[in-house]
Design a protein around this ligand. Structure first.
Ligand code: AMP
Length: 213
């Protein structure tokens, strides 16, 4: 089962992707997480990605596509995977389609988690992330057990550079101009499913499961 998660930054697709990954036993591949891990490890890829990410811009397609095509060729992806944050542009989607065609496969489901912009801005300004494991919380909607501390690794939570309000607005602009056209792309492929992402996390998840099962 090969799944693409679509939706604006902050729509909750990362959370849903994690839940799908746990339920169906297939890996969640988040390009944002891969870039952030590389920034933490100060790799060449991380240094390159950071300059774009901090401005709310997309990392160039070639870099991102090579990374994903390599990742999905790994053994743990044999039964499928969930792509979370990729593709984000039409050229990325076309590169993915081409890479899959070579192995005689295709994306089975594109799940679009729909949330209006004003909800997104409110959600993201309250989001707090663990700089160690990347897990995200929310000061109102997904509180950690202990205020300001990651439930998993005990690190102090931070407001990510790219979650600052100005950067969020920039990311939304980038989403509308470059990523939203993917909705039509996957609709034309007959695999698009739109889900109302404004509701409770578990309700959204139940809807997604109904599509996948
Ligand atoms: P995310 O955590 O998915 O919101 O990603 C955070 C940032 O990583 C984005 O704002 C981009 O700068 C970069 N990024 C993640 N995925 C991609 C992608 N598929 N293409 C280009 N840039 C990406």
């Amino acid at each position: 089962m090969k799944i693409v998660m679509l939706g604006a930054p902050g729509a909750g697709k990362g959370t849903q992707a994690r839940m799908i990954s746990e339920k169906f036993g297939i890996p969640q591949i988040s390009t944002g997480d891969i870039f952030r891990a590389n920034i933490r490890d100060n790799t060449e890829l991380g240094q390159r990605a950071k300059s774009y990410m901090d401005q709310g811009l997309l990392v160039p397609d070639q870099v991102t596509c090579d990374l994903v095509v390599d990742r999905i060729s790994k053994d743990d992806c044999a039964e499928g995977y969930i792509l979370d944050g990729f593709p984000r542009t039409i050229p990325q989607a076309e590169a993915l389609t081409k890479a899959l065609e070579k192995t005689g496969s295709r994306i089975d489901f594109a799940i679009d988690v729909e949330v209006p912009d004003d909800h997104i801005v409110e959600r993201m300004s309250g989001r707090r992330a663990c700089p160690q494991c990347g897990e995200t919380f929310h000061i109102l909607y997904r509180k950690p057990v202990k205020d300001g501390i990651c439930d998993h690794c005990g690190n102090e939570l931070i407001l990510r550079d790219d979650d600052h309000p100005d950067t969020v607005q920039k990311r939304l602009d980038v989403y509308h101009s470059q990523t939203q056209p993917l909705i039509e792309y996957y609709r034309e492929q007959g695999v698009l499913h739109s889900i109302d992402g404004t509701r409770e996390m578990d309700t959204v998840f139940a809807d997604i499961c109904a599509v996948l099962e």
